[in-house]
Design a protein around this ligand. Sequence first.
Ligand SMILES: *Cc1c(COP(=O)(O)O)cnc(C)c1O
Length: 404
Amino acid sequence: MPSETIKKADVFIAATYKRLPVVLTRGEGCTLWDESGRAYLDFVAGIAVCNLGHAHPAVTLAVAEQAARLVHVSNLFYTQPQADVAALLVENSFADRVFFCNSGAEANEAAIKLARKYFYEKGDSDRFRIVAMDKSFHGRTMATLSATGQEKIRKGFDPVLGGFDFVPFNDITGLKAKLDYRTAAVLLEPIQGEGGVRCPSAGYLEAVRALCNETGTLLIFDEIQTGMGRTGRLFAYEHFGIEPDIMTLAKALANGLPMGAMLAREQVAEAFGPGSHATTFGGTPLVTAASHAVLRQMLENDIPETCRKAGAYFFDRLLQLKERHPIIEEVRGLGLLLGLKLAVDAEPVVLKCLERGFLINWIQGDILRFVPPLIVTIQEIDRMIDCLDDVLTDLVRGERTAVQ
Ligand SMILES: *Cc1c(COP(=O)(O)O)cnc(C)c1O
């Protein structure tokens, strides 16, 4: 029997999502509960958002206190939480300045606008093109959709914005051939998330950086999914010994409150002066108070290190699972951004896991994506592995029975 909430939602909410049939009411750490009080182990974390887990006490306290004091005043004024978060982001990254906004797509919009404005200010307004990657994902607004290298996401929305070129990810020769005097920036995710948890091959990102240096092209890293400790470092670029010129963040930045940010080096950030870009809500005291609590937890308790250990353990256990189940083709990812490429459709696996009280996500049809809170324990990972082991065994057995 579908619940009253599901019935109501299916009638009144725009049908843009295919939702799993569960109404969630409460969370704590890596556990969520539904309206009947049933518990689920959460390996989705609101799509790599609740990196500190659900209802983290420090974040809850920061939000409650700030909500009672001051929620919003606009960016016509100064507020302390916003200044504190900007300072922490700058002190812990390559960047010198931060622009706050409300989502990942908006952060990428700001990055695209900044790259164009940077060359305009240099008197080089012909240099506006952005080279992005096949299978990338940068958001659903018109500009970010135009920067997204996935036909199924762009379909039906033509004409998309001009000025974007695409090359295959991990193909440095293809990128070199595409760059010319009109290229303002290269835009990429250090690890492609929505595109299938695809890691850069050895030396690729370093070569992209070198190519950008040679040609004076800006390098934009979309770390909306990979940032905030997800890969085992605060930002994924730290794994590769290089730095971007511009970086975008959102998802886990405020552990679930809507918040995005665009970070840039001073020389690039300078192109944005008063009036050149703006947003009413960006960096409200409420979301920045949450984000300040998140960053302090991340830094003081070295959550990226916690993630690195849990991620390495999880990766090994997934490899063991692959040994036992030939329908697993590949284990991919870094830290706690992990994927299992299956030889079959992944949706039935997700539904079977849900029935057993485990929440996971699938992308690109045949890839299971695991993005649990970074505080996930070894025991919780073991439970997830046992569940997958059973579900995959049943799946193969079921298929065999169907064939006979
Ligand atoms: C989620 C995501 C976005 C879009 O973020 P929204 O907040 O949904 O607009 C952009 N880029 C990457 C890499 C993402 O994972």
